[in-house]
Design a protein around this ligand. Structure first.
Ligand SMILES: *Cc1c(COP(=O)(O)O)cnc(C)c1O
Length: 392
């Protein structure tokens, strides 16, 4: 397939392979292994002289279709699909780093990623320095002679801070390190980190790529050379994506463009409405003119995305009242779903962080995060207004 199709076309057609039956919709290949015509063919497949499938821990046609489609969307040479977002991050670091290497990571990354870097990798001799996402000088100062990897999420969760990917890629490359961007919040429809100079893109496909909260999945993308190491770890260690999950995500991606546009539209309208309410202290959303990095975000992203955070006046009590007054919104920390979700970060996703560290990170007791879904925006507002208006 040519590279110059638009993203909405690639999302629907890139990577499609047809079997002998010439099916129109992509097939799901539920098989653990593949058979050979002869002993000689088996030997050639195992020896790598003949391309083709052997065993679904290595390759599977449904998984390959998803990998090729995602690679086209991110503009990557190669994609390695994994069983979850966390196994994508694990495969990335296990495939590319060794004991004695050093990571510089943003402090504002997914909590489990902080645990993986700070606790588990540390036991295997890989140290991580955590720095502020928005202070390029802190990244420069954190570099050591053994620094191999920079790791960020932009926009960050839950405060939607944005970093300049091109600038950070420059700092990483000068230090002889790779820049990995967890592109879960934007998806390639809103932001393509490789075009901006990043070396690796990570996805939790569990979120917007599936888009309907059905399955877990993940992906690592980058050059063929880098992905060889990642794939080598995956086929040996085994956190491979299942054919079923690959197929669900593959079909989910076909509507990614219209979903991301609609998530962003709803989120912007919600953020603008929240800003007008006297009960709301502050709204965090990159699409708002009041966002401190609005200009950078609008240069780097096609739109603000679906995540909105806001501080309610009255602290935890007032914030919990808003959560408990909802009748439609789902009270859950998940995101990237057609259904709108609401969470109180201080007592859920960030409850393991000390109160002091939370305040330093700007995650106050009155903060709420809404992952805006695709329901009617009027219904979403009505559901939030119930708890907000009680507390005037
Ligand atoms: C959810 C999430 C992950 C982890 O993905 P799983 O599929 O749950 O393993 C990683 N990064 C970000 C930004 C996420 O939101």
């Amino acid at each position: 397939m040519k590279d110059d199709f638009d993203l909405e076309t690639l999302a629907i057609r890139a990577g499609t392979q047809r079997s002998q039956f010439n099916e129109h919709s992509e097939a799901m290949f539920l098989t653990s292994s593949f058979v050979f015509e002869s002993a000689a063919q088996a030997a050639d497949r195992f020896g790598g002289q003949e391309p083709g499938n052997i065993y679904s821990r290595f390759t599977n046609p449904s998984v390959t279709m998803l990998q090729d489609r995602l690679a086209a969307l991110e503009g990557a040479e190669f994609c390695v699909a994994t069983s979850s977002g966390m196994s994508a991050i694990l495969a990335c670091v296990m495939g590319l780093l060794s004991a004695g290497d050093h990571i510089v990571a943003s402090r504002s990354i997914f909590g489990t990623t902080v645990q993986l870097f700070g606790n588990i990798l540390k036991r295997f001799g890989v140290e991580t320095t955590f720095v502020s996402l928005t202070e390029p000088d802190a990244w420069r100062q954190a570099v050591q002679s053994n620094t191999k990897l920079f790791f960020v999420e932009t926009p960050s969760n839950p405060l939607t801070e944005v970093c300049d990917i091109a600038e950070l890629a420059g700092i990483a490359h000068k230090a002889g390190a790779w820049l990995a961007v967890d592109n879960c919040f934007c998806t390639p429809m809103l932001q393509r980190p490789l075009d901006l100079g990043a070396d690796i893109v990570i996805h939790s496909a569990t979120k917007y790529l599936d888009g309907q909260g059905r399955v877990l999945g993940g992906a690592v993308l980058g050059s063929k050379q880098l992905m060889e190491g990642v794939y080598g770890f995956l086929r040996t260690a085994g956190p491979t994506l299942s054919a079923f999950n690959a197929w669900v995500i593959l079909k989910g991606i076909e509507t990614l463009k219209i979903r991301m546009d609609a998530h962003s539209r709803n989120a912007l309208e919600l953020a603008q409405w929240l800003e007008t309410l006297p009960q709301v202290e502050r709204v965090y959303y990159p699409g708002l003119v009041s966002h401190p990095q609005h200009a950078l975000a609008m240069r780097q992203q096609k739109s603000g995305g679906g995540i909105v955070a806001f501080d309610v006046k009255g602290g935890k009590e007032a914030a919990w009242r808003v959560v408990d007054a909802t009748r439609m919104l789902s009270i859950t920390a998940n995101l990237g779903d057609t259904k709108t979700t609401i969470t109180h970060p201080a007592s859920t996703t960030h409850s393991r962080v000390t109160a002091e560290a939370r305040v330093a990170a700007g995650i106050g007791d009155g903060l709420l995060r809404v992952a805006v879904g695709l329901e009617s925006i009027e219904d979403i507002k009505t559901d939030l207004a119930r708890g907000l208006q009680n507390q005037a």
